[in-house]
Ligand binder design. Sequence first.
Ligand SMILES: Nc1ncnc2c1ncn2[C@@H]1O[C@H](COP(=O)(O)OP(=O)(O)O)[C@@H](O)[C@H]1O
Ligand SMILES: [Mg+2]
Length: 505
Amino acid sequence: MRTGLELLGYIVGEAKPYRATFVALRPPQLGEYVYMEYSGYSVVGLVESSITGSTVLTEDLRFPDDIERIVSNIRGNERMLYYRGSIRILGDADELKIPPVSPTPGTRVWKAPSEVLEKMFAPRIDRWVRVGVLLRAPNVEAKVDINKVVTRHLAILAKTGMGKSNLVALLAKRIADKGGTIIIFDYHGEYKTIRSREVVINVISPRLNPKNVSFDELARIIGIRPNATRQRALLKECKEYIDSSDVKTSEEYLQRLKHCLRTRSSPAGRDVGEKVLELLEAHEKTLQRLLGNVVGDVLDRVVLGAINVVDLSELRSYQADAIIAHWIQRVLEDRKLAEWSKRQGLKHSAKLLHPVVLVIEEAHVFISSTTETASKYQAELIVREGRKFGVGLIIVSQRPRGLDPNILSQIGSLAVLRIVHPEDQMYIAKHCEPATQELMEQLPGLNVGEAILVGEWVRVPTVAKIDLVEEKVFGADIDAVSEWTKTKHITELTPEINDYIPPPP
Ligand SMILES: Nc1ncnc2c1ncn2[C@@H]1O[C@H](COP(=O)(O)OP(=O)(O)O)[C@@H](O)[C@H]1O
Ligand SMILES: [Mg+2]
C-alpha cells in the first residue's frame, strides 16, 4: 500500500470498471486526478463531478429559524455536510488499460502522486509539447502530441473571451519552434500583431493573381448568390474568355471583364450582364486590393518554419470564404505533389516541403452547418484525406452548434474551454467522439484559460491551465466607459446639438 499520499475518501455504492463514486473527506474538485489500488491494479482516475450535500440540512426544511437552530446545536465533531465525487477510471498507471474489474466499495481513493501524473501527462518525447500545467496539480506539465494535430485535426471550442485565440497562438509558437509551418486565416486581424523573438511571424495580405482565381471564387468575392445561375454562367463565360487572352495588369483584367459583361449579350437578356456589372462595380475597391498581377501563386508568400498570418480583417465574410478556399485548395494540391514525387523519387516544384497546419477562426461561419461555403467543401477534403499528405486543420469557434456536423465528427482531438450554453455542450458530446456528456456538463465550471483536452492528442482526458502567450495582443473587449470619459470634454463643448425638441402632443 502507498504511504505519504493524501487520502481523499472511499469508493461507495455500485462501481463499474470505468466509473465509480466516492465519499470524500473534503470537497473533491473537478479535474483532480485520483489514485487507487484494487485487485492487483494501480489505477488512475479523473474527478468528473463533485457534490456537496447534507443529511441534516435537507431540502424539506421550510424556515430559516430551523436551520439557524440546527447549525447552532451541531457539536464540535458532528458532521453536517458530506462530499461525493464521481470518478472516470482512466486506466492502470503504466499502460492506461482499464482493468476488467471494478473497484470494490471501501477502496481507498488517494490524490494521484506527481510522478504517476508526469508519466501520463508529460512524456519526454520530442513530438509532445507543453501547453500548460494540470489545473489541479500545477507542478505537473500538460503536454499534447503535436503530430496528432497534423494527422487527426483539432477543434478549439469555447465562449468568446475564454482563451481560444491564446491557445491558437501558443500552438502556433510550438509548431514553429519545432521548425513546422502554420498558416492562420486571421479574420479579426488579431494575430498579425504577435511579436516574438523566438519565431518568425509572416503577415500575408490576401492578394490573388486574377488568373489563378477560379470563377467560383470570383463570383463569391463580388457576392453573386449561388442560385443566380444565369449571372454565374455569364461571369464564367467572360472570365474564361479573358483568361485565354494575354492580359498584363489586374487593372486591364478588370476593364476587360467589365467590357465583356457590358457587351456580351447573354441569351437570358441584357439585364443579367448589368446585374453582374453592378456587383462588380460595387466591389471594385476590394477587387483592386485583392487582385495583383505581380503576385504569383499564394504559396510563394508562405515562409516555411514560420507562423504565417493571412490577414483577412478588411474583408466581408463571403470574400474571406473565397480566399480561405483558394488557399486550402492550393495547399492540398501542393502537398499532394510533394508527397507523390517524394514517394516516386521524382524531382518536383512543390513549395510546401513539409507538413503544414491550417487554422480557421470563426469556423461556424466558414464551416457552417447551414450555409454551403467554398471553405466548407475544401475543409472536408482536408479532414478526409489531409493526413495522407500532411495537412492538418484546426477549427476554432464560439458557436459549436453552428459547425458542420460531418466535419466535426471527423476531427480527432478537442480543446474545450468554458461553454455555458447547454445546447452547445450537447452538440459537442453528440458529434465529437472523444467528448462525453459528463465532461461537457462540467464546462460552465471552468475559468478563463482552463481547458479540457480530449481525443488523440492526449493519452487521457487532460484538465489543464493553458499557458498565456504574453506576446499576443489580445482581441480584448473594448472598455467603453473609459473611452467615453476620455472624449467627454468634446461632447460637452457642443451643447447646441443637445437641444431637445419635445414630441408634438
Ligand atoms: N491561458 C490563459 N491564461 C490567462 N489568461 C488568459 C488565457 N487565455 C486567455 N486569457 C485572457 O483572456 C482574454 C481573451 O482571450 P482570447 O484567447 O482572445 O479569447 P477568445 O479567442 O476565446 O475570445 C485575453 O485577453 C487574456 O487576457
Ligand atoms: Mg478569439
